[in-house]
Design a binder for this molecule. Structure first.
Ligand code: FES
Length: 219
């Protein structure tokens, strides 16, 4: 699978509008030039828009790498509005939940309560758009943000970053810690080893890392 790299954004163009424009351009490129290429209609849960190229070249095709980054995992053929899905990510023992809100927003979280690690459940009928609920001590989390809205949990749920492919399939591609944005989580997991992708996503310090000359090995 080959991927045509788009031009990186100018260093001073990392506003949300620029990110969206970049995403649109990348999506257009992929639609017109790469029929066999995995296209992602990519808004990462949590609101971060990333181009299909960024996702496909940086994460999906690296399946099997042992660089410490969670592998991308297809979790569903589709998730319809109002539906939820229990799955495991990033490890086989890590409980997670994906929900599709009625307005189409896709959100993914760890399903391990941040209080005493009970399983968090989706309650579609509660509130205006459902809620994530921990039955052990009545902990409640906002379905859109994962933040605590009631009960004893000390912090919000860690996020599982989801993207939706153009065929409707849903993939988990990474995680973000409690209080960490989708962008921060993805940037952290890209780390120093993919400065090109980090730069496209506007990760802090990415340009400097990418531009830094390689240090020579000491003998
Ligand atoms: Fe979830 Fe206590 S374990 S509220």
């Amino acid at each position: 699978m080959s991927v045509t790299d788009p031009q990186p954004p100018a260093p001073d163009s990392r506003s949300d509008a620029a990110q969206e424009a970049l995403h649109d351009r990348i999506a257009a490129d992929s639609l017109t030039t790469r029929r066999d290429y995995l296209r992602i209609v990519a808004t990462v849960s949590g609101g971060l828009a990333v181009g299909g190229v960024a996702v496909a070249s940086g994460i999906l095709h690296r399946h099997g790498d042992s660089d410490g980054r969670p592998e991308a995992k297809r979790i569903a053929d589709q998730i319809l509005p109002g539906e939820s899905l229990a799955f495991r990510y990033p490890g086989s023992e890590d409980r997670a939940v994906a929900v599709r809100l009625e307005d189409g927003t896709l959100a993914g979280y760890s399903a391990v309560c941040t209080h005493l690690a009970c399983a968090v459940l989706w309650r579609k009928e509660r509130g205006s758009e459902g809620e994530l609920y921990c039955p052990c001590h009545e902990g409640v989390f906002d379905a859109r943000t994962g933040e605590v809205t009631a009960g004893p949990p000390p912090r919000g749920l860690p996020k599982v970053l989801l993207v939706e492919e153009s065929d409707g399939s849903v993939w988990a591609i990474g995680t973000a810690r409690s209080g960490e944005s989708a962008r921060e989580g993805l940037c952290r997991q890209l780390g120093d080893d993919r400065p090109d992708l980090a730069d496209r996503l506007g990760c802090p310090g990415a340009s400097a890392r990418g531009a830094a000359p390689e240090r020579s090995e000491r003998t």
